[in-house]
Design a protein around this ligand. Structure first.
Ligand code: ACM
Length: 599
């Protein structure tokens, strides 16, 4: 630990809380038993594996070649081995769940046992024990690990409708999830501002719906200012198949979301007959919730069943997300067809109209052997027992669902919206609003305390949502999700009794380095400034950064600090005037910079 760090921690009173860890694994496993000695990668290594572990062997092999130029021999007879094994029926009765694994590292061998998913997670743990620099000769510490997750739904969502992200980036996103044992990728493919998946029966959905003529500049709603720059793009079905396969190799299930009956203006722009009236809709260029919605007629429902038939044939997972959030009444209130429908079907409220729509779609999805999942609004008009609820307006939707016997996935805005700002620093890049710092994500427990043991079985897990109104590049997505996704992975995987924020922070340093090696643009945490009053108009200043390896630079004249400014090595004694002008920045070894913080 560096001197400057010890000093600033002493000053801030957290000296005994942050400790660098020998095994910096995130998420923290169930059990890590330290060993003695190391396994040495300086010599030829071979990978032996059971047939079911074929793809895992391939994954490990490619990773070692890419990052370390280590070229193991697959199935060779060398003494130093990495063995990927199915659990023995009698010998390994410790391993009971699909995602469970054991990892044993000795001087001669690395043995990972589990199902195909379990071994994949064991490989992720192993990779985190390797150095965070591209060297081909290195050792890793011996240990025995036994591990399994707390929750089965460990999700990340990505909104590819508000902005379009390339196939290459979507694969990177899947890789980033896989490094942290996340397993459900909720792919938001359609919204008012764009339709992003090819549907062969309805080519205008992408010919018209995937093109937005421009985007609102920042938050200029009224008066509206557009940027006059088109946003365009969609995934072909061939690309979708490629991404589905890529995810499957990483034990990630894709949950496609086709929004209905709200958030559908891009589809309506392509096929105006999907609305109850009007024919001059455009792919929306503003953010928020449009008034126009799908009309709940049998033709529109048939249209959406046809879309879903193609979606279902592309995505092998059991869940189809049908949206269902934020459906305004306005369009339906003015529609004669909706009035007739309400009369005919004895529907009293617009929530019941939505339920009528969703229930028919659900019956169709069930008839194809799949399940629907939808945002928590779908509970309001009544929904069948087999629907899974995504609780986003808080945790109440998830609690209500579990009490009714419906499964639920928790994504409350307060803890899980990674489009919210990570700091209150005025230099923070534009975000949608809200404030969700790292420690708040870490503090989340997806299991609501008010549920009985039986009810709590319906809480499948949680996920973070990444809405991209104010995120137009892959780089910014990475900035928004890291390091918060690391906290989420621990919330979802680690046993509650092993959760410890300061221990997590102690393990983060290695992960900042790994993220850097893996080419991921994480957010460097701001410098924390602590001020203590001393005698005689003097102040003692301590500064620290969660990224303990970064150098802190500061200025006392109000100018912006750079790498050539003063380096912070020990607590400072400053006058009130100097204190007021203090500005600081953290700069990592690889040159990444935090935002500048002013005292
Ligand atoms: C949502 O954030 N509208 C689900």
């Amino acid at each position: 630990m560096k001197l400057k760090f010890i000093l600033c921690l002493l000053l801030s009173g957290i000296f005994f809380q942050i400790k660098a860890q020998q095994y910096s694994i995130i998420p923290q496993p169930v059990m890590v038993i330290p060993g003695t000695g190391t396994f040495d990668f300086s010599y030829s290594v071979n990978i032996v594996f059971d047939k079911e572990q074929n793809e895992n062997a391939d994954y490990l092999n490619q990773y070692l070649a890419k990052y370390y130029s280590v070229r193991p021999i697959l199935g060779g007879g060398m003494k130093k081995k990495i063995a990927l094994r199915n659990p023995g029926i009698q010998t390994d009765n410790l391993i009971q769940h699909d995602d469970e694994y054991t990892l044993s590292i000795t001087g001669d061998s690395i043995i990972i046992k589990g199902s195909s998913a379990g071994v994949f997670y064991g490989i992720q743990t192993l990779l985190q024990l390797m150095p965070a620099e591209k060297i081909s000769s290195f050792q890793i510490p011996c240990c025995d690990i036994h591990d399994y997750p707390r929750f089965s739904w460990r999700g990340m969502h990505l909104d590819c409708a508000r902005h379009f992200f390339s196939v290459e980036f979507v694969k990177k996103y899947i890789d980033m999830m896989a490094y942290y044992k996340l397993n459900m990728f909720h792919w938001h493919l359609t919204d008012d501002q764009g339709w992003r998946i090819e549907i062969k029966q309805y080519p205008l959905l992408t010919q018209i719906g995937s093109y937005r003529k421009e985007t609102m500049v920042e938050k200029n709603f009224d008066p509206y200012i557009g940027d006059k720059t088109p946003v365009d793009g969609f995934y072909t079905q061939e690309q979708v198949k490629e991404i589905v396969q890529y995810a499957a190799k990483r034990h990630i299930t894709i949950v496609p979301e086709i929004e209905m009956p709200g958030h559908s203006q891009a589809a309506i722009a392509a096929y105006p007959e999907l609305a109850c009236y009007g024919n001059n809709y455009e792919v929306w260029t503003k953010w928020g919730v449009t008034n126009v919605t799908l009309c709940p007629t049998s033709d529109v429902i048939q249209f959406y069943e046809n879309i879903l038939s193609e979606i279902i044939s592309l995505f092998p997972g059991k869940y189809i997300h049908i949206g269902g959030d934020e459906v305004p009444d306005d369009h339906w209130k003015n529609s004669k067809q909706v009035a007739e429908l309400m009369h005919e079907k004895n529907l009293q409220t617009y929530a019941q109209v939505e339920a009528y729509f969703i229930n028919q779609i659900e019956q169709y999805v069930i008839s194809k052997g799949k399940k629907i999942i939808g945002w928590d609004e779908i509970l309001e008009g009544g929904v069948s027992q087999s629907a899974t609820i995504m609780s986003w307006r808080g945790t109440e939707g998830g609690v209500a669902a579990a009490k009714k016997g419906n499964d639920a996935v928790m994504t409350p805005g307060k803890y899980c919206y990674f489009d919210h700002c990570q700091s209150q620093n005025p230099l923070e890049p534009i975000c949608i609003g809200g404030y969700l710092p790292l420690d708040t994500v870490y503090s989340y427990d997806p299991m609501p305390s008010q549920l009985s043991a039986d009810e709590s079985m319906h809480i499948l897990g949680a996920q973070a949502n990444v809405w991209t109104e104010y995120i137009s590049t892959g780089d910014k997505i990475e900035y928004m999700i890291f390091p918060r996704m690391l906290a989420l992975s621990e919330v979802l995987w680690t046993q509650k009794k092993n959760m410890d924020y300061w221990n997590f922070i102690g393990r983060l340093e290695k992960h900042f380095e790994l993220l850097n090696m893996r080419g991921i643009n994480y957010r460097v945490p701001d410098v924390k400034i602590e001020v203590r009053t001393m005698d005689g108009n003097k102040f003692m200043i301590g500064m620290s950064c969660i990224e303990t390896d970064a150098m802190i630079h500061y200025t006392l004249d109000g100018s912006n600090p750079t790498e050539t400014s003063l380096s912070y090595l020990e607590p400072l004694t400053l006058t009130a005037e100097e204190c007021k002008k203090l500005k600081a920045i953290a700069i990592t070894k690889s040159g990444k910079r935090s935002l500048i913080i002013s005292n």
